[in-house]
Design a protein around this ligand. Structure first.
Ligand code: PLP
Length: 383
């Protein structure tokens, strides 16, 4: 059974039809397809999308190569226009990045310059643990880093973050990763928008929605809604690296009001997206069946892992992304090393959340392999 027909079977599962036997049959048929060795490890450590890109994206890259001796202006403009339209906004609401990392970097640079011009201090308020690029970039501008530990249930302590922003005499950048990396948990829109609505112009939000396309929980609403309402103290960052599987082509973007976009663009190189990335991103955005396929595959992979974790009694956080944060018995480094010895690369520990491992959800077949090894670890008393 190839991947697509496997996933067709799985779509019946996702639709809630005759469940377990179909599921087991599909999974059993794929079990023998794998060779795991040092040259062919399972890469479940960087939250990439193992499906690979949409065939339409590949075709678009091939078609664009002959004219790639030209600068990428047209390809960039087409993508910007398509993104503006996609969100029922305009091209002035969009900034492209060499990955969303660059958009985050440019937003931090813009805010650092603003603080300097106004003779104000700069701080980043960030949950801990979370994706740390905003922290790294703020450090490079000598900004103060204020980390707020996650609550016991791994949710963000927004009240504490708000209090610290209010108390700071200067400009605060508030980094909100939603869903959060490494927990894969969402922050409900109701909690976020309440704060954003009463925030002052000394508080600027970078809302990182790198994994938003994987979310199915209705409590999540994109902060792009706040941009639509004209909020001028935020940028929402998104990426083609995750659900669209274009991590190596480096395309990300930010959505904000035209005023904020112009301010961020001033800190970006003019041609920061290459032609291949831009045409692949445009084709991917338009390929609705690939997006649905990618989502279904991820949901099935998550189900496979959650079923195994439940069976083994291993605690995990409710995932709304393409990775899952689960408890590990004993030392995470040892667990990681043992998995690597079995040719499976899993994510590292994210202090201060000790005893948890972040596992990227690869293809369903890959996750079946992971489960086999995890169960062997249980037999050895390692998990
Ligand atoms: N934001 C989050 C939360 C991430 O986890 C990542 C990458 O893993 C990124 C941003 C960066 O993505 P990219 O620069 O590939 O768009």
């Amino acid at each position: 059974m190839d991947r697509r027909s496997f996933l067709k079977t799985s779509s019946a599962i996702m639709g809630g039809l005759a469940v377990n036997s179909l599921f087991n049959q599909a999974v059993a048929e794929t079990k023998t397809q794998f060779l795991l060795d040092a040259q062919h490890p399972l890469l479940l450590n960087f939250n990439e999308n193992s499906l690979g890109m949409s065939p339409k994206a590949k075709d678009a890259v091939i078609a664009a190569l002959p004219s790639s001796f030209r600068y990428p202006d047209d390809a960039r403009a087409d993508l910007i226009a398509a993104l503006g339209k996609h969100y029922a906004l305009t091209d002035k609401h969009v900034t492209l990045g060499n990955g969303s990392s660059e958009t985050i970097q440019a937003a931090v640079a813009m805010l650092a310059a603003k603080a300097r011009q106004q003779n104000q201090g700069l701080q980043l308020i960030t949950p801990d643990p979370t994706f740390n690029y905003a922290e790294l970039y703020t450090q490079s501008f000598a900004g103060k880093i204020t980390k707020v530990p996650l609550k016991e249930d791994l949710s963000f302590d927004l009240k504490k973050m708000e209090q610290l922003a209010d108390e700071f005499d200067g400009l605060s950048i508030i980094y909100i990763c939603n869903p959060n990396n490494p927990t894969a948990m969402i922050t409900p829109a109701s909690e976020l928008s309440e704060w954003m609505h009463k925030s002052s112009d000394k508080q600027f939000f970078i809302v990182d929605e790198a994994y938003a396309e994987f979310v199915e929980d209705p409590k999540f609403i994109s902060a792009i809604e706040l941009v639509k309402q004209g909020k001028n103290n935020l940028v929402v960052t998104r990426t083609f690296s995750k659900i669209f599987a274009l991590a190596g082509l480096r395309v990300g973007y930010g959505i904000a009001t035209p005023e904020v976009i112009a301010a961020i663009d001033a800190f970006l190189p003019l041609d920061n997206t290459n032609t291949a990335g831009a045409v692949a991103a445009l084709a991917s955005l338009q390929d609705k069946s690939f997006i649905a396929y990618s989502l279904k595959s991820n949901n099935l992979s998550r189900k496979i892992v959650e079923t195994a974790l439940d069976e083994l009694g291993i605690t995990y956080a409710p995932s709304q992304a393409n990775f899952i944060f689960h408890k590990v018995k004993g030392d995470v480094k040892t667990y990681q090393k043992r998995m690597a010895d079995a040719h499976i690369m899993v994510g590292r520990e994210f202090p201060p959340a000790m005893g948890w491992s972040r596992l990227t959800l690869g293809t369903p077949e890959e996750m079946e392999q992971f489960v086999i090894v995890l169960k062997q670890f249980r037999e050895k008393g390692w998990v």
